[in-house]
Write a new protein. Structure first.
Length: 230
């Protein structure tokens, strides 16, 4: 019976197609693996709380986190931008780090986006643990590592680490927000952005703390983060 099955499959060409598909799948696995290679480099310069430059000239962006923006071109810093930059400098400046890219190509700003380690210390997580960065979900990044970042964020929020003391006291933090299940971004309830979220993807939060605890972050278009007054 089994021999007859394979004979018929070969005659029909289906078995050959299956073999071809299997070979292609294996090849893609090897390509994917080669794209996630890890490399080492000495940190020459820290740009801000989530970006740095190696001595080789390679620019690296910490994956699945975000930090307050440093003001450029005449713009002011966002709250806690300097502190986040100083912390990352303290952690890795002039030290050799290991970077594991999350994908095979650089993002639009020419940076390698990846998981960064200094020995056994997971730098992405360190920034979140100290309240200098927040978890920023990405659908294609490693789920296990992203879970670690979210866990670190929940602890940092509960302990009022870093920027969380001021951020959690903001008026906008304590109003209702609407999250998008697909993107894990959220918007003030009733805003023009919130009404565009499809009903099947809509998640309601009684305050922004609930959203952050669930792994959602305010969309950049909401301009939620406060700036440093001159």
């Amino acid at each position: 019976m089994l021999k007859s099955f394979y004979t018929n499959e070969i005659k029909n060409g289906a078995f050959k197609g299956s073999v071809l598909f299997f070979c292609v799948a294996i090849a893609l696995c090897f390509i994917s693996a080669s794209n996630s290679y890890a490399f080492e480099g000495k940190v020459k310069y820290v740009v801000d709380g989530d970006t740095f430059v190696l001595q080789s000239g390679e620019k690296v962006r910490l994956a699945s986190i975000d930090t307050p923006e440093v003001g450029r071109n005449g713009k002011v810093d966002q709250y806690y931008a300097k502190e986040a930059t100083d912390l990352l400098s303290e952690l890795i400046l002039n030290k050799v780090v290991t970077v594991t890219p999350v994908k095979g190509k650089k993002e639009s700003y020419g940076r390698v986006v990846g998981w960064v380690y200094l020995g056994k210390s997971f730098i992405n997580k360190e920034m979140v643990s100290k309240g200098a960065a927040f978890y920023y979900y990405h659908p294609h990044n490693d789920a296990g590592k992203q879970d670690l970042l979210l866990e670190a964020q929940i602890i940092a929020m509960s302990s009022a680490k870093g920027f969380w003391t001021k951020i959690s006291a903001m008026e906008d933090f304590n109003i209702k927000w609407v999250g998008n299940l697909r993107s894990r971004r959220c918007f003030r309830e009733g805003s023009n952005f919130s009404v565009t979220v499809m009903s099947r993807n809509r998640v309601h939060f009684s305050n922004l703390g609930e959203a952050f605890m669930a792994g959602y972050t305010p969309a950049r278009a909401t301009k939620f983060w406060p700036e440093v007054k001159k």
